[in-house]
Design a protein around this ligand. Sequence first.
Ligand code: F6R
Length: 609
Amino acid sequence: MCGIVAYVGSSDRTKSVLCESLGRLEYRGYDSSGICFVENGRSRVIRSEGKLENLFTKLKDCEVTSSLGIAHTRWATHGDPSERNAHPQVSGPISVVHNGIVENYPELKKELIAAGYEFRSDTDTEVISHLIRDFTEKGNSLLESTRKTFEKIEGSYAVAVMSDKEPGKIIATRRFSPLIIARSGSECFLASDIPAILPYTREFIFLEDNDFVVLDENGVSITDAAGGDVRRDPTVVDWDPSVTEKSGYRHYMLKEIFEQPSAIFDTLRGKFTADMRKVVFEDLDPSLLRNTQRIIIAACGTSYHASLIGKYMIEEVAGVNTQVELASEFRHRNPVVGPDTLFIAVSQSGETADTSEALLKAKELGMNSIGITNVVLSKISRESDCVIATKAGPEIGVASTKSFTTQVMAFYLLSVYLAISRKAVDSKRARQLIADAISVSKLQQEALGLDEHLRELSRDFYGYRNFIYLGRGINYPVALEGALKLKEVSYIHAEGYAAGEMKHGPIALIDRNMPVVFIAPEEDVYYKKLLGNFQEVKARGGRIIFITSDRELRLPDERDRKIVIPKSSYLVSPMVSVIPVQFMAYHVANILGTDVDQPRNLAKVVTVE
Ligand code: F6R
């Protein structure tokens, strides 16, 4: 939600570094944007409504001589997406870019209006700029004023601040919203996320809550809320900068669908003993799992769907009672847990507010925790007792694809690890389970060959306004995920159901205008039952897309379509069966001309409740 960047370095690079970095952060929000430089000792703020390209057009002929600047791409929370609500929000000499929410802004706004400040936007952020200005006018330095301001602010924030009065520096701080800094030679960078500044360095400092940073020509210095010096060691990130490029693909979403076999391969790397008999989690404390009798998993969106598959895997393979919760619900209720209940927070970004709050709740309740995340040193990875890292690499497309399959693989590995350590499987079965994990990359590679088939099929189906997706067992969450993908990127209404639920209501919807997508690998233990559901839909005139590994199956009605995926073992089948539904969402959206990588109203990282 909103992306911020800052740069201090060489004047001939300021504009390009800020614009390029902003471009790599656009997936965090894209309804308006802005930038601030200092020119001849005065701030110059340029803002624009809409996509970043509108800002870049304004900046095209703008010569920048400033050696530092801050910039922002917005996902609106307070105030509509418009130029006046875009950041930087300015008060006199102060310019502020902000990611997060000021929860007590109505009270602060009232106080500031009473003190004579005039508000020009509907944003919560404007209170920050006025407060900092107020403190500087009372004789405090920019750093001190920023500190004093955030003593008054409740909520979440990552901010960067500039002032005409101290033109050579940028001040930044954070609480509950991510912020990283980096140095490379005489240049300093600050950003909400690693991909933004990945082309410039591999060493990043992940700031902690209430760190206050000064970036200037001398480099970077960090202090705490009381002004004491803070030392934070850099972390080396091994992502290849090319992962943030489209590399010839039309969209990141398509590129990321195609990256799944290598993402799975990377997620598996180093996860087995040399004799391939056991799963190894170097960072996992075995004592955490030894006494676990029950597992609660919490997540949102696509990560929630991956978690539902995780439940099937853990119960089926390791026999441990597992429950999956929507993080936004779990965090607000009073769950009954025992000392033997383990909590797992699942999040691609590791920053989703509902999931990280659910994790805090679990900790309050005394539960041990594991974080499954894709971003090193993200909030969830720092706050969990142990981390299982998915190795999807940066996911830029707003619709999750490769992060889904790597999360499912993380659950698969965890279930095999639990099963082996609890002696729930014998060594022969363990070796087979491990061999099945290794087979996934290759099977996915084969399934990627369906791209052209799905492109052609989408031309036949894009005109429908509603879709139903059905699956059973471990492929039921794939039906949910297929429907979510289609909704997100094509804005077509779609619902996923457990196929057995059809007769309890949704079947009333079936007619000629309701295509039904079945996720039905032949190896699915419910395959015969799915064929029964197929007949129920046919009897009511529905049109079917049948995703299956059953090559022999004949569909008598030529209006129906069969998609043949490679056969896999039942437990790993979701990592293969999801590929056609990802392709279908992508191609339908493309035909309809929606903005596939940045669908309307969405943001990649949801740091608000
Ligand atoms: C769907 C999608 C979202 C995210 C959800 C959780 O394509 O991307 O539903 O899955 O916002 O995000 P993370 O996994 O970062 O917690």
